[in-house]
Write a protein that binds this ligand. Structure first.
Ligand SMILES: *Cc1c(COP(=O)(O)O)cnc(C)c1O
Length: 385
């Protein structure tokens, strides 16, 4: 996206003429909207999608956030919802019915997998999970009854990429809806709709909010697809984006561009340090020259975010624990996308400690000075065998 346009969307779009010439848009913290007459009341109730009637439907603060996110992704419309998982669930459920089939990338976000592998099975919707790095394998998984191709690039924890233009084209030929989780790249670094993808979902709890203080989700797509989701899943399940959350997101968006630039620089510095370290086996950051899918990464992404994984050489759980506990700046937590650096060791999930993946550690590189973060890692790596 062009710089000027981006800055206009983030800072000015649809913000002229605010009450009292306020510079910050007001929070419409209201559940209902009143009408001066029967006729205007009736007009709103019979066309709820286009009127402020009730905040489970529309709210002006939420609408402003939606307009900005739609513009950032290059989609016609966006719907803000209460979480990333509700964005995922709504976008998939809107397009399937009993007997249908979904193709999904393996290593997708854990709750996406639960939805497709067990929850939707109750309604006789089946799913096949495929290695998304091989476009031929993905296409081979399509069946007569396949309605949705669900992508997440890069995948959670393992950072595997998919060839979005190729898969979008193949799915379109077969009338299969394509949905992608674009939380990692954000609209700053990747716009999947411009590559032919139908719907983009985000966990706004990550970079769109940017301060680890909201849970939010967004769905972006054509007016027809978003209107369908609003009429069906959104109004039905009531996963409402509340006005204060939307306001915090608008505030977060002001700095999205500069934050992502800083996360990218920080992650490159930390990842480059780690890949040279003798106690590190490999680093899974798509923007590194050493990355197995680096050419595809360059075609898809204008930059990378602050999230990546690496494998320690050790296979001993005690070593992993000692490393994790020695860190002072990287905080031990789930999630990511705020200003702070975080560590998520795969082994913290429990299970069989001898299994592969015990050495996998995910980092979120926040906005701290990269040399301080490298110093923290260096110290912690020194303590292990
Ligand atoms: C966090 C996350 C989600 C879920 O979002 P919530 O806002 O926590 O519901 C979905 N996809 C990815 C890639 C995530 O990291």
């Amino acid at each position: 996206m062009e710089q000027d346009n981006l800055s206009y969307i983030l800072h000015h779009m649809n913000e002229d003429g605010l009450p009292e010439n306020a510079v910050s848009p007001p929070i419409f913290q209201t559940s209902i909207f009143c009408f001066p007459s029967f006729a205007s009341f009736q007009e709103a109730i019979t066309d709820e999608l286009n009127h402020s009637l009730y905040t489970r439907g529309n709210n002006p603060t939420v609408t402003l956030a939606e307009q900005k996110i739609a513009a950032l992704e290059g989609g016609e419309r966006a719907k803000l919802v209460s979480s990333g998982v509700s964005a995922i669930a709504h976008s998939i459920m809107a397009f399937v019915r009993s007997g249908d089939h979904v193709v999904c990338v393996e290593d997708c976000y854990s709750w996406t997998r639960v939805l497709l592998a067990s929850y939707l099975a109750r309604f006789n919707v089946s799913a096949t999970f495929v290695d998304g790095t091989d476009s031929d394998k993905v296409i081979a998984a399509f069946r007569e009854e396949t309605r949705v191709l669900y992508l997440e690039s890069p995948t959670s924890l393992t950072f595997k990429l998919q060839d979005l233009p190729v898969l979008a084209g193949a799915a379109r030929q077969r009338n299969i809806k394509t949905i992608i989780d674009n939380t990692w790249a954000t609209p700053i670094f990747c716009n999947p709709i411009s590559m032919g993808i139908d719907l983009v979902v985000h966990s706004g709890s990550k970079y769109l909010g940017g301060a680890s203080d909201i849970i939010a989700g967004a769905i972006v797509g054509s007016k027809d697809d978003i209107d369908l989701i609003r009429k069906q899943e959104y109004l039905q399940f009531g996963t409402v984006a509340d006005p204060f959350m939307a306001w915090l997101m608008i505030r977060g968006l002001r700095t999205l561009q500069i934050r992502m630039k800083a996360h990218y620089e920080g992650a490159m510095a930390v990842a480059s340090y780690l890949e040279k370290h003798p106690k590190v086996e490999n680093v899974l950051y798509p923007m590194l020259d050493s990355y197995s899918q680096k050419d595809l990464a360059r075609r898809l992404y204008r930059g990378g975010s602050g999230l990546f994984s690496f494998n320690l050489k050790t296979r001993r759980l005690e070593d992993v624990i000692r490393f994790v506990d020695a860190l002072k700046l990287f905080k031990r937590a789930v999630s990511w996308g705020g200003y702070e650096s975080l560590i998520f060791p795969n082994a913290v999930k429990g299970g069989n400690p001898a299994s592969a993946g015990i050495s996998l550690v995910r980092l979120h590189v926040g906005l701290e000075a990269a040399e301080d973060l490298i110093g923290d890692l260096d110290n912690a790596l020194r303590g292990i065998g």
